[in-house]
Design a protein around this ligand. Structure first.
Ligand code: GCU
Length: 690
């Protein structure tokens, strides 16, 4: 394996190189670099003869960079730092499994890592600082000890092996087909996957689930006769410190095992899972574990046998425990066949209702994976109360990098600020632990789990459809490593690593992206109401598209008002799932934050927001402003002509034109809808479309 690590992202005319182009390595590559230690300081008799694959990666990166930029890899091996002239950068590797590293600024910049994984992260930390790592006073944040806040930083791929008739190959994928799978099997050429692994490794991602959570028969077989394919993928990710996970079907014992039941309490079923796990780890010793979507949107689960989700999760957990594996069990369980006439069922309540009674019953190697909001990755939702309700359970928060409900990678929507808000939300008020603390194991009673997100990458030449959507992938990795990072600073890193140091480019890209999330919110569903998208594909406006469907996503607009009453006093009682102070803050329309008002309350169109304007006026103002903002974004981008890769420029322009078209459609449908329902004209007399 050593030496054949990909150290560049492909730029063969059709694949744009994303962040980390060769240029980003110039500051390190033009210097004298020493690697000290071999990550194998264990006693000689237990020492492996093979170099650690991640250490091999670090050396390969340094070799490639120094060859290209005229520096030198001056010493490798053990204890060889006192050379003359001394190196500019010394990388010292311990033999631990840890991911942390310490940076000191002396005669040489020195990175001392706990082990090979830490060395990889430390090297990228230096690369991110660019020339500033080596010249002048040490830049803020360069030196000191750095350790990931979240132990698991995982991307879930919703990739199908075959093209699904409705969902396509990548479910909710907006960047073409899968970079892993093609025509029912693993691709022969994994160069693209290897470049992807390199990109992820550079942001600190350490886990990847390689197939859709909706598991069809062909994917279910990955667990059995398709295992060699998974093993090949694990080889691609391993050199970058990334563990491979598989989404499995709860019905696998029946679907691929030939049993007649998947009952978690059945002895044959237990044995089947244990043997399946034995086979997986025999083939892939550093395999991560399983991701499971059960009893959710038609996926099989323990309910069919009258068992609960602790029974289900523990069944798999016990099978993988002897191998050190983990089960990521999703809490996205709700009734997707609801009767819209039934006002007592509230989808927002479902995850909390199902899972909190099970707190304390999950095995140690189960992580309950909770979507950030109680519904489904809308542009604005409150934080899921379940994240604060399972003190005796390991809980991970799940985000969505793929822009299912945020413009599908046709619209610019930088999600760093949205995730930052979620991760820094304090469920018990301030001062108090954050959602990130809960996931990291620093909440009340909690133990460490991590953060997970749905990937946005496909075989599109720009990786993510919209070239600027790469920033979301980058930001997820960085915020998973350190949720306290300022998302604007993270964007700045991505811009410099992608487009280089041109300050005009940086300021324009910031202008286009910094507020793109709230701009998207401005011209789409207002005040936390959510959905109003076209059913099925979820792209573009359709205010009543979901209003009479079984999906439980309603806005209840009538001639007097709009919104969902989720109060304890008169509504579904959802506010009661929050601890104090939020249960009371959300309960009253007087204290509920404006941006979530319609999530929690049904109010008249003329209800005055805390901002001072009425609900209906807010809709007019934000929708008109949103389109203006998109026009400004397009104008700003146009100034970059000739300063960025013409292929990127052309793709971004094309997408901005579509974003404008779509934003106008959203604006006109939304303002018309509110005007027709309320009969209240715009206070400023601007023309709407009655
Ligand atoms: C959403 C999405 C589905 C996906 C599901 C999930 O409902 O539209 O495509 O399968 O989330 O998270 O499992």
């Amino acid at each position: 394996m050593t030496g054949d690590v990909t150290t560049t992202t492909p730029d063969e005319g059709w694949v744009h190189p994303a962040w980390l182009p060769a240029e980003a390595w110039r500051p390190v590559g033009s210097r004298r670099v020493a690697v000290v230690g071999d990550g194998r300081d264990a006693p000689a008799d237990t020492r492996s003869t093979q170099e650690h694959p991640v250490l091999a990666t670090v050396r390969a990166e340094l070799r490639a960079a120094t060859q290209r930029w005229g520096g030198a890899l001056v010493a490798t091996g053990r204890g060889a730092a006192d050379l003359d002239p001394g190196p500019d950068l010394v990388l010292v590797v311990g033999d631990g499994a840890g991911e942390a590293f310490t940076v000191d600024h002396g005669p040489a910049l020195t990175v001392t890592a706990d082990g090979p994984l830490g060395l990889l992260h430390g090297l990228h930390h230096v690369v991110r600082h660019g020339e500033a790592a080596f010249v002048g006073a040490p830049a803020a944040g360069l030196t000191g000890r750095h350790a990931p806040v979240q132990p698991v930083r995982m991307l879930d791929h919703w990739d199908n092996l075959e093209v699904h008739p409705v969902m396509g190959q990548v479910e909710r994928g907006y960047a073409g087909g899968s970079i892993f799978w093609d025509d029912g099997r693993l691709r022969d050429d994994l160069a693209r996957a290897a470049s992807y692994a390199r990109l992820l490794g550079s942001t600190g991602i350490n886990a990847v689930a390689v197939n859709n959570v909706n598991v069809h028969r062909v994917e279910a077989r990955l667990l059995t006769d398709g295992l060699d394919q998974v093993a090949r993928l694990a080889e691609v990710f391993r050199p970058w410190g990334i563990r491979t996970y598989l989404s499995v079907s709860f019905a696998a014992p029946v679907v691929v095992g030939g049993l007649t039941t998947s009952d978690p309490l059945d002895e044959d079923v237990r044995r089947w899972w244990a043997e399946a796990a034995d086979r997986v780890w025999a083939r892939i010793p550093d395999f991560g574990g399983f991701v499971v979507k059960a009893d959710s949107e038609g996926q099989p689960g323990p309910f069919a046998y009258g068992r609960d989700h602790a029974d289900g999760a523990n069944l798999l957990a016990r099978a993988v425990a002897p191998h050190g594996g983990t089960v990521f069990w999703r809490a996205f369980v709700y009734d997707h066949q609801q009767d819209w006439r039934d006002r007592t069922t509230d989808r927002a309540r479902a995850a909390h209702d199902h899972f909190t009674p099970l707190d304390g019953r999950f095995d140690d190697n189960v992580v309950v994976q909770v979507k950030q909001g109680p519904i489904d990755f809308q542009v604005r939702e409150p934080v899921s109360p379940l994240l604060a309700a399972m003190p005796a359970t390991r809980v991970a928060v799940e985000l969505q990098v793929t822009q299912e409900y945020t413009g599908q990678q046709r619209h610019v929507c930088y999600l760093g600020p949205a995730w930052s808000q979620v991760l820094s939300f304090q469920p018990w008020g301030s001062p108090g632990p954050t959602v990130a603390d809960v996931a990291a194991g620093h909440g009340p009673g909690a133990r460490a789990a991590g953060v997970v997100a749905v990937s946005n990458v496909g075989d599109d030449p720009f990786w993510t459809g919209h070239p600027l959507a790469q920033a979301n992938l980058y930001a997820f990795g960085r915020l998973a490593w350190d949720p306290a990072l300022d998302p604007t600073d993270v964007l700045d890193e991505w811009i410099r690593l992608t487009f280089g140091d041109d300050p005009a480019v940086a300021s324009t890209v910031h202008e286009v992206m910094d507020e793109s999330w709230t701009t998207y919110e401005d011209y789409t569903a207002p005040l936390g109401i959510g959905f109003m998208v076209r059913p099925g594909g979820h792209y573009g406006p359709d205010v009543d598209g979901y209003e009479y469907t079984p999906w439980g996503t309603y806005h209840f607009a009538d001639r007097d008002g709009i919104g969902v009453d989720r109060t304890r006093a008169t509504g579904t009682g959802f506010t009661g799932q929050y601890p104090s102070p939020w249960r009371d803050v959300y309960e009253s329309p007087e204290t509920c934050p404006d941006e979530l008002l319609l999530f929690f309350h049904h109010v008249p169109y003329t209800h005055r927001l805390r901002s001072g304007v009425t609900v209906v006026q807010h809709v007019y103002d934000t929708h008109l402003r949103g389109v203006e903002r998109v026009e400004e974004m397009a104008q700003a981008w146009a100034e970059l002509a000739g300063r960025v890769d013409p292929r990127v420029d052309a793709r971004v322009r094309e997408r901005l034109a579509e974003q404008r078209r779509s934003a106008v459609e959203w604006r006109d449908q939304l303002t018309t809808y509110f005007l027709r329902k309320s009969g209240v004209p715009d206070e400023h007399g601007r023309p709407l479309y009655p």
